[in-house]
Design a protein around this ligand. Sequence first.
Ligand code: ZN
Length: 226
Amino acid sequence: MTQSLERSGVHYLDAMCYMAPMAKRIGKPTASTSEDEKTFQALARHARSSLALLGEDTKREGLIDTPKRYAKAMRFLTSGYNRKIKDVVGTALFTEASSEIVIVRDIELFSLCEHHLLPFYGKAHVAYIPNGKIIGLSKIPRIVDVFARRLQVQERLTSQISETLMDVLKPLGVAVIIEADHMCMMMRGVQKQNSSTVTSSMLGVFRTDPTTRKELLHLLGGLNSR
Ligand code: ZN
């Protein structure tokens, strides 16, 4: 498990590196978005106050730009609120007669627990059975991100993804399974570093037909994929 945690740690760092340029873009409002700029400055101000309340010297070199970096990062990590599913899906819905299970597994996800504002991260496995329409496969991880980049609880994240796919595709069924590690459990609280949380949301035939559900779980080959 230590190995698995290390691996998760690396993923997290990778994601932070990847986020940095995006955060820069989102966090740097143009003159036409003065409201955004005001909000951004207020966020940074609050972060500076928090640092001072925690007993930090906010003038020291390492912290001088931290409030701005925090504001940029938080904006990126909550950018899912501003995304519209119809923009994400775009024109990537196609007519297709197939009614076999489609699975996109091991979708990396990073989210923030709304109770502690600490990350939780892991993998989502998303499956659906088409009912005349399929969706471009790359859209599924994007839909996951729309809901992951918000303040979340894992249970709600799971059902928001499944309900959205149900709504967009009107498929015979949708299944979403998320396995995630919560930093608020690992670093604080019960300090359990080896426990992950698994949530699932089964809709349509995945809910009503045990054989279909069994087939899905067989195809996923167990949940210990990390
Ligand atoms: Zn938490």
